[in-house]
Design a binder for this molecule. Structure first.
Ligand code: AMP
Length: 296
């Protein structure tokens, strides 16, 4: 497995792959890898070369957020990726991506300040910018993302369309622990009690999905149920819960074919996110796409 740390070296390698007419997949990550990240490698393997980037992107963290504290178990990440048969890890430094004097940022308007963007101003500007840069540097045919970050995938799809980028975005289902908690690098911030309380996200999505299966279509009613369940957990505080269109994140008063229920909840001081498409069954915890996390 090759580890490439500079843009110049990556471009040299990429030019060689062009000469060989190889296809490329990219899986962008911030490291601290778990089974959710590894699930993204599956569809990426259809390319001749599989590239994983590890970059804790300073531009997507707010000043009060966990940039310094974000876990960076690099050796472990690299051995996991090597064991998965990844060809190349792109591992740039912050100054490699944002050199002195860097000034260019991308904003997908009307989608970046809602939902997670409301409590994380500038977050999606940072995400869109780094993903656009990675797409330019790696020039992948496919880039794979997780449904876990639903708003991110919707924004990135729009960026790819608006900027006529020659890349196909693939989105993989959420990988969950057996009790339903979506895998996240931030789950390791949780204390034992908080970890138990954190199932409230999955339980509230499941509550809404059950109500939807029983025929409830009014978003206000579904969201009230979610809010009440989350309020009943003393360690949890709702940041937002919303039913929006997967096309453009527009709030939906009635659940329609393209509805996504997304939420963010503080459990203690850790902010967790989760979501479900209402017209589709939520993968059962422990079932294939909701399978427990075993990184081996
Ligand atoms: P991150 O390292 O948090 O930036 O995540 C890198 C990629 O992994 C993103 O596309 C995430 O959506 C995806 N991802 C993170 N957690 C999960 C999960 N539990 N299931 C599926 N994909 C995930």
């Amino acid at each position: 497995m090759q580890i490439v740390k500079t843009v110049a070296d990556f471009k040299t390698l990429r030019a060689e792959w062009d000469r060989q007419r190889l296809t490329i997949s990219l899986v962008p990550t911030m490291g601290a890898l778990h089974a959710g990240h590894l699930s993204l490698l599956g569809p990426a393997r259809k390319a001749d070369r599989l590239v994983v980037s590890i970059f804790v992107n300073p531009a997507q963290f707010g000043p009060q957020e966990d940039l310094q504290r974000y876990p960076r178990p690099l050796e472990r990440d690299l051995s996991l990726l090597e064991a998965q048969g990844v060809d190349t890890v792109f591992l740039p430094s912050a100054t490699e991506i944002y050199p002195e004097g860097y000034r260019t940022f991308v904003t997908v308007e009307g989608m970046s300040s809602e939902l997670c963007g409301a409590s994380r101003p500038g977050h999606f500007r940072g995400v869109a910018t780094v993903v656009l840069k990675l797409i330019h540097i790696v020039r992948p045919h496919w880039a794979v993302f997780g449904q876990k970050d639903a708003q991110q995938t919707i924004i990135l799809r729009r960026m790819v369309r608006d900027l006529n980028l020659d890349v196909d975005l693939l989105v993989q289902p959420i990988v969950r622990e057996v009790d339903g908690l979506a895998l996240s690098s931030r789950n390791q911030y949780l204390s034992g009690e908080e970890r138990k309380a954190a199932t409230i996200l999955f339980r509230s999505l499941e509550l809404a999905r059950q109500a939807w299966l029983r025929g409830e279509r009014e978003s206000a009613v579904l969201l009230r149920g979610v809010r009440e369940l989350i309020d009943s957990e003393s360690l949890a505080r709702l940041d937002y819960a919303a039913i929006v269109s997967v096309e453009d994140l527009r709030p939906l008063a009635e659940v329609s074919a393209d509805a996504l229920l997304a939420l963010a909840v503080f459990v203690g001081s850790t902010r967790l996110i989760d979501n479900v498409f209402l017209p589709q069954p939520l993968p059962r915890a422990g079932s294939e796409s909701g399978s427990p996390c075993h990184e081996e």
